[in-house]
Design a binder for this molecule. Structure first.
Ligand code: NDP
Length: 492
């Protein structure tokens, strides 16, 4: 069985650690893909040192030359798209269709960032004084720590690595412990694309040890993190003490608002897609349906019917529509919310239990679940479940829908279903989320469009699109005086 290796200073090497954990297919726990050695703090430190050493040469490599390497990585990803998609399905559980979509997103982001390498422009600013001007430059930070979760183990790393590298930073990448195989493949692709030794380093290991050592290292000048609020806030606090840049994309509790004039077929399909697609394990998954009372019975009946109709199974099977939960601990956590919801008084309409049946016996399958008559104070309406679970909150009208939709500490994504243009634009104005969708699911985004959340979901610049490089560069302001004379007075 394969033991995954770290990549430090351009060399692949197994960690010396005796602590290991297996990489197991969540759809079939008899299928073990490989073993992860949980790297030591010393190994993590060596990776940061390697990145620090490589920085000077990489920062002075022209940006378009850096971009060309990232463009080559995009082409290599494209060439091995099918293999990588299959590996992703086997490792994380999502359906092959979803895995192919994730790969395409990663390719698109890498292509976009490669193009950005030719647009790392500053601005030229006229002065109040004659023969003077100012301009700005965008420069890299130095070593960047990239810490990623398991739910999009290809796309999320690529949408952090590509802009970090194009901007001229060197990187230490710490992926989630339960998705090492895809992480190794991504790094191999960047290596093959021509990155010099030390520019990108991979450390496999636990967040609390290897991860902690990396983010706390004094040479790390910026941290880009996606994952849970608990960890994200801790990293934010630690980084604040050192005055280090931080970008955290954390939890969501994304609402869809369904008004009385909504196209019900479209609203049901889109909500089901948002809630149960990727097994609900997306930060932008729809977890609350805020529905006007007059159409709520019809909505609940139809969305539950759709949930019951979904075919669960191993994602590699072309018939499968919903794959498993990623691992035993997430499986337990998602199922625990079924009891929490019932105890709080929510009405279980469908699902609410592990899925059993042919082909499901060896995986972490949960039935797509709908709870009705959820109220905003219930835990199921407030906490991120990260599974195929939809809560329906009934409201009397649009005004109440806005209040309920905004009654969350999170602010990642949302959507509204109505054909009333005035209410669409009021919703867009007043909804407290970083991204919103009109008559489409809360999920899905494009590589050239900014991505991020507000409130306690997000800290730091949005990722991707026109904002992709914002986090990975810092501004330098330059004043130029070509009068050749001593300045009279001061500038205000
Ligand atoms: P975590 O936040 O625990 O982990 C995310 C990444 O951070 C992993 O690589 C993890 O390593 C690492 N990490 C953990 N602790 C530290 C630390 N002290 N210092 C540095 N790095 C650290 O998320 P999980 O993947 O465990 O998922 C748990 C919950 O997070 C989910 O149930 C969901 O609610 C939420 N989540 C949200 C996502 C989003 O996109 N909004 C994405 C994924 C999860 P390791 O894997 O070794 O623990």
């Amino acid at each position: 069985m394969q033991t995954y290796r770290n990549f430090v200073s351009g060399q692949w090497a197994e960690s010396a650690s005796q602590k290991t954990t297996d990489n197991v297919n969540p759809a079939d726990t008899d299928d073990t893909l490989g073993t992860v050695r949980l790297s030591t703090r010393d190994e993590a430190r060596a990776a940061v040192e390697s990145a620090a050493e490589a920085f000077r040469a990489w920062r002075s490599t022209p940006a378009p030359a850096r971009g060309r390497i990232v463009a080559r990585a995009a082409r290599l990803m494209e060439a091995s798209k099918e293999d990588l998609a299959r590996l992703l399905t086997r490792e994380e559980g999502k359906t092959l269709g979803e895995a192919r979509g994730e790969l395409q997103r990663a390719i698109n982001v890498a292509e976009f960032c490669a193009g950005e390498s030719r647009r790392m422009n500053g601005e030229t600013i006229p002065s109040e004084l004659p023969s003077n001007f100012a301009y700005t430059l965008r420069q890299p930070h130095g070593v960047v720590a990239v810490v990623t979760p398991w739910n999009f183990p290809v796309a999320i790393p690529v949408w952090k690595l590509a802009p970090a590298l194009v901007a001229g930073n060197t990187v230490v990448f710490k992926p989630a412990t339960n998705t090492p195989a895809t992480a190794v493949r991504i790094v191999e692709i960047f290596e093959e694309a021509g990155l010099p030794a030390g520019v990108l380093n991979l450390i496999l290991g636990s967040g609390s040890e290897a991860g902690d050592e990396i983010v706390g290292h004094r040479a790390v000048r910026a941290i880009s993190f996606t994952g849970s609020n608990g960890v994200g806030v801790k990293l934010y606090e630690q980084a604040a003490r050192r005055g280090v840049r931080v970008q955290c994309e954390m939890g969501g509790k994304n609402p869809v608002v369904i008004l009385e004039d909504a196209d019900m077929e479209l609203a049901v399909e889109s909500t089901a897609q948002g809630a149960f697609g990727s097994t609900g394990q997306r930060c932008t998954a729809t977890s609350r349906a805020v529905v006007v009372e007059s159409v709520a019975d019809e909505f609940v009946e139809r969305v539950a019917e759709r949930a019951r109709s979904l075919r669960l199974g191993n994602g590699i099977d072309a018939e499968t529509e919903v794959g498993p939960i990623v691992d035993a601990s997430q499986f337990k956590s998602v199922l625990s919310y079924m009891d929490v919801a019932r105890e709080d008084g929510a009405e279980l309409v469908c699902g609410g239990a592990p899925a059993v049946g042919a082909g499901l016996g060896k995986g972490y399958f949960v039935k797509p679940t709908v709870f009705d008559r959820v109220t905003p104070d219930m835990r199921i309406a407030r906490e991120e479940v990260f599974g195929p679970v939809l809560s329906v909150l009934r409201v009397k009208d649009f005004e109440e829908a806005l209040v309920v939709a905004n009654d969350s500490e999170f602010g990642l994504s949302s959507s509204v279903f109505t054909n009333d243009a005035a209410r669409v634009f009021r919703f867009v104005d007043e909804i407290e989320t970083g991204m919103t969708h009109v008559n489409s699911p809360t999920t899905g985004g494009e590589a050239h469009v900014p991505f991020g959340g507000i409130k306690s979901t997000g800290v730091g610049a949005f990722e991707q699109g026109s904002t992709a490089l914002d986090f990975y560069t810092e501004l330098k302001v330059v004043y130029v005086d070509y009068t050749g004379r001593k300045r009279e007075g001061n500038l205000y």
